[in-house]
Design a protein around this ligand. Structure first.
Ligand code: GLN
Length: 474
């Protein structure tokens, strides 16, 4: 499968065309989507029109942009004008957004071709896509296993060679975790680097949109297009998009990288071995590895499962049977809302709404939500102190390789624990990525996680590239 960087170069030079690249994508989708359940909707006509437009502009001598003719899969919690957008929830079934997310505007302006909407855990709550109202996606590397979640469909689209790029969202790990389980690069950018306008809100203080790809360079290419100030998102950082592609091969010579015990302790032996091997590879490339402990990180999973549900309980109040999607008829408005929400939301979403409402209720606010916010401040300060000593941090992305369907559905805590290593940096607002490094049980991929201070994406990509080369992907 060609990289996005290669596709864009070929389309620009005339060696290929946007139409030809799209037809290849559509044929792989036709071959494998039924088995893998990656796309909830494929916009064949819209994608063909977009590809024809790119080819016409190239024939006209226009500069089409860095993603010229690259087919991209879009997580189905991102709004695209006129395209069914469900968040994998029955409550939004049939809804078509009247506007585009800023990221859609940006990728299309850069020449990309959005091909369709990918499956996720309902409202991005989960770690396996088993919470989707439209059935789980399968891991292309082993269809008896989950692709991770919540952006499991976007990960599976790239892992199955349907597309070279996809968009996901990461509130507590939903890009990095599926990237790790599917053998991909996945990036959670600095909070505010990428506009959230048109991303259907889960937990607004944590949500970020980011890329999936097979190569480090491709994620840098896409993130450069996504990033930059957007007046439509009040939390958008003021700066323009950073230069990322140009720094991918900067290496790690002279960098200090902290190997954080709390970010791999308790993981399976194969994962711990991979993290230690990654540290050795970075040292070999000239980095100084420093053993670190950040004890505060042990509190972050509990804090996240108060803050994220609290925000979700508020954000999901808008699904009332009046404004969007599903309406279950009843005798009066209260009964209609109750019946609509009862029928429209799945079990995990209801659990989060109840957890969040409880954590915010008058008698318990200080004990739960208030305490969680204090932990969040401790986490921010603990990371800031670590970044006074080192440039980047290294740990595991997930505790294990991809697990089997049903392995964690009976116990919500078992599912939540998948994100124990990814959640801390969402609370801090700092960037992190997962890059495949070695394999574990049954030859399944392992992802190692690199974390950095705010706006350190260029440095993260450079370190990830070192690991990519050390792992034999030149
Ligand atoms: N798995 C975590 C959760 O269920 C994170 C989800 C995400 O990042 N969207 O909340």
């Amino acid at each position: 499968m060609k990289s996005a960087t290669q596709i864009a170069a070929d389309v620009r030079s005339g060696a290929s065309s946007a139409a030809a690249e799209l037809e290849r994508t559509l044929s792989v989708i036709a071959e494998r989507n039924e088995e893998l359940n990656v796309f909830l909707h494929v916009d064949i006509d819209g994608a063909r029109a977009a590809a024809a437009d790119v080819d016409a502009r190239i024939a006209n001598g226009d500069n089409v942009g860095p993603l010229a003719g690259v087919p991209i899969a879009i997580k189905d919690n991102l709004c695209q004008v006129g395209i069914p957008t469900t968040c994998s929830s029955k409550i939004l079934e049939g809804w078509r957004p009247p506007y585009n997310a800023t990221v859609i505007e940006r990728i299309v302006a850069a020449g990309a071709v959005p091909v369709g909407k990918t499956n996720l855990d309902e409202f991005a709550m989960g770690s396996s896509t088993e919470n989707s109202a439209f059935g789980p996606s399968r891991n292309p590397l082993d269809p008896t296993r989950v692709p991770g979640g919540s952006s499991g469909g976007s990960a599976a689209a790239v892992a199955s060679n349907m597309t070279s790029l996809s968009l996901g969202s990461d509130t507590g790990g939903s890009i990095r975790q599926p990237a790790a389980l599917c053998g991909l690069v996945g990036v959670k950018p600095t909070y505010g680097l990428v506009s959230r306008y048109g991303l259907i809100a889960f937990a607004s203080s944590l949500d970020q949109i980011g890329p999936f790809s097979k190569t480090v360079a491709d994620s840098a290419l896409l993130l450069e297009v996504l990033a930059g100030h957007d007046p439509k998102d009040s939390t958008s950082l003021p700066e323009a998009s950073p230069s990322l592609v140009a720094h991918v091969n900067d290496g790690v010579a002279g960098q200090r990288i902290g190997l954080v015990r709390e970010l791999f302790d308790g993981a399976d032996e194969s994962v711990v071995t991979a993290v230690r091997a990654a540290a050795a590879a970075l040292r070999e490339a000239g980095a100084k590895i420093v053993d670190l402990s950040i004890p505060e990180l042990e509190l972050t999973l509990s804090a996240y499962y108060l803050i994220a549900p609290a925000e979700a309980s508020s954000n999901l109040a808008r699904y009332d049977g009046v404004r969007y999607g599903l309406r279950v008829k009843a005798d009066d408005v209260t009964a209609m809302m109750e019946a609509t929400r009862t029928a429209g939301f799945g079990a995990e979403v209801k659990r989060r709404i109840m957890l969040g409402t409880y954590a915010l209720s008058a008698g318990y606010y200080d004990a739960y939500y208030g305490q969680a916010l204090k932990v969040r401040t401790l986490t921010i300060n603990a990371f800031a102190r670590a970044y006074e000593q080192v440039d980047l941090l290294l740990g595991a992305t997930t505790p294990s390789v991809a697990f089997k369907f049903g392995a964690k559905t009976a116990d919500p805590m078992a599912m939540y624990l998948n994100d124990v290593f990814t959640i801390p940096t969402n609370l801090a607002g700092d960037p992190a990525l997962s890059v495949p490094f070695t394999t574990g049980e049954e030859g399944l991929p392992i992802g190692v996680q690199l974390l950095g201070p705010g706006r350190s994406e260029a440095r993260l990509f450079a370190a990830a590239r070192v690991l990519e080369i050390a792992d034999g992907r030149p």
